[in-house]
Design a protein around this ligand. Structure first.
Ligand code: FE
Ligand code: FE
Length: 201
């Protein structure tokens, strides 16, 4: 009859776990906030990281056409054109994610992407137009960007899954797969002829 659960543990973790186990949306803490996941610190952190990659994608979408223009080979130019379109899809996907989470799609400066794009600009300045060294350098810059995106989306997918946002996780996974495919495609272009010709220049 007395179904009181072991309270010894509760004493150790305090009111925090007690509030969680109540799992009633209306339960409020001292600040008057509800105990929903949307109010949790981790949710806020997750949304902040989404804003960071949103900024990154938006700026990449502007940089890729410049990289396309700077390319020597039509193959690399085509790859940059393709990924510009895909990057616009990544932006739209993030907007869908914000909507699902009932958050505003806000961009927050991503220092890492800003630095990577600056590096790309530096490579264009340091190499001559019409050379394969230019293309090899552009691929280097682009792959650094793709790897950064792969790391970011990989973690965001894991976070989304952990928080039970399965639809969000699926959307982010779709982008992650595309970033990985882009990286592979860039390697293929580099290794099929660009690196070889760059070395011979
Ligand atoms: Fe992307
Ligand atoms: Fe990308």
């Amino acid at each position: 009859m007395a179904t009181t659960k072991t309270t010894s543990k509760k004493a150790a973790t305090g009111s925090e776990s007690a509030a969680k186990s109540a799992s009633v949306k209306l339960s409020s803490d001292k600040s008057g906030k509800t105990g929903k996941m949307e109010d949790s610190e981790f949710h806020e952190f997750f949304v902040d990281e989404l804003k960071d990659i949103y900024w990154a994608e938006k700026h990449l979408a502007k940089a890729l056409p410049k990289m396309k223009k700077a390319s020597t080979s039509p193959e690399l130019a085509a790859a940059f054109e393709k990924h510009t379109e895909e990057t616009n899809t990544h932006i739209a996907t993030l907007e869908q994610v914000f909507a699902l989470l009932e958050e505003k799609p806000q961009a927050k400066k991503c220092d890492a992407m800003a630095g990577l794009l600056e590096e790309g600009t530096g490579i264009i300045e340091d190499t001559d137009a019409g050379t394969m060294i230019r293309d090899a350098g552009l691929i280097l810059a682009a792959q650094k960007v793709e790897h950064y995106e792969i790391a970011t989306y990989g973690t965001l997918v894991a976070f989304a899954k952990q928080m039970g946002h399965s639809e969000v996780a699926e959307l982010l996974q779709f982008t992650l797969d595309n970033e990985k495919a882009t990286d592979v495609a860039l390697t293929e272009i580099a290794e099929s002829f660009i690196n070889e010709q760059a070395v011979a220049e």
